[in-house]
Design a protein. Structure first.
Length: 303
């Protein structure tokens, strides 16, 4: 066949060319220069767009980042390979990887704990102010009321003067039940109400105090230390071990229970306080409290 002649394409070649131009089910990038063994959370594993889904703009951006080596979790590309016998040195890649992973974990843990503690601090402050207002009024019933005693003695004196003016016998004038020479004994209701409300106030203030201490612990825990990656990694692990040893996360979880207990004690005291004043109102408050805390216990006990 001559050089200038036209060559016809065979059907087999045309079919192969058509197969080469078909769209792949997913985009994939694999860096052949990197080992398939991954070092950190993620290694050089390829990024794939799932089959059957369209290639969105976000997928293209992620693919470009993976191709360009900007994956923040690809520590083999982020940090250079350690020199021979320097795998556990002060600037080893394993310590720098640990610091990156620990920073992400600590940030999530501390943020969640701080949010809960901040809410408790606000609630404990408002609740303590409310309980203090009640306690200031009811605590006066635990001691003799000399103003009421003076009013009763003055009323008795007026009755004596009226009896003398009318010529009646002084035996008809009733003596005042309040006597400053007699030891004052508070009523049982006053003792119970004040005891419950003072206990509630103490629990609320304790919650606020522990919340402040927890915020200080978290602040010192998350503070960035100085030194080489190895020294910072060891210090980070030491702090985390101390956090677990002293059950800081357990303490944070118990703070809401302490606050809810203080609120329940306050409601019980409120029911007892309203009993002598108005029975119907006392029953209404008691029913609301019982329903609320029954639902609270069921929500915590039920799976």
């Amino acid at each position: 066949m001559e050089n200038g002649s036209k060559v016809e394409a065979s059907p087999v070649a045309a079919e192969e060319e058509e197969n080469d131009t078909t769209v792949q089910p997913y985009l994939e990038y694999v860096n052949p220069a990197k080992s398939s063994k991954r070092f950190g959370l993620r290694g050089s594993a390829p990024y794939r767009i799932p089959k059957g889904k369209s290639h969105s703009h976000a997928d293209e951006i992620v693919l470009i980042l993976a191709v360009s080596g900007n994956d923040p979790f690809n520590y083999e590309e982020k940090y250079p390979e350690d020199a021979y016998c320097e795998e556990m040195g002060h600037n080893a890649r394993v310590f720098r990887t640990y610091l990156d992973e620990r920073a992400i974990y600590d940030a999530n843990m501390v943020e969640e704990a701080r949010d809960g503690v901040d809410v408790l601090l606000v609630f404990a402050g408002l609740f303590s102010a409310v309980v203090t207002t009640f306690v200031v009024q009811t605590s006066q019933s635990l001691q003799a009321d000399y103003a009421e005693m003076s009013a009763n003695l003055l009323f008795e004196m007026i009755n004596i003067q009226r009896a003398i003016a009318s010529g009646a016998s002084l035996d008809t004038v009733a003596a005042s039940p309040l006597n400053p020479n007699v030891t004052f004994i508070a009523s049982t209701t006053s003792v119970w109400v004040n005891g419950l409300w003072f206990t509630s106030l103490a629990l609320s203030l304790t919650t606020a105090l522990v919340s402040v201490l927890v915020k200080q612990w978290l602040h010192h825990y998350i503070a960035l230390p100085s030194g080489t990656p190895r020294e910072r990694s060891l210090l980070r692990q030491f702090r985390f071990a101390g956090l677990q040893k002293w059950r800081v996360l357990v303490i944070i979880g118990l703070l809401p229970v302490l606050m809810h207990t203080a609120l329940a004690i306050f409601f019980v005291g409120l029911v007892i306080f309203l009993g002598p004043l108005r029975d119907s109102l006392s029953w209404v408050i008691g029913a609301i409290t019982a329903i609320a805390y029954t639902a609270y216990l069921m929500a915590h006990i039920s799976p």
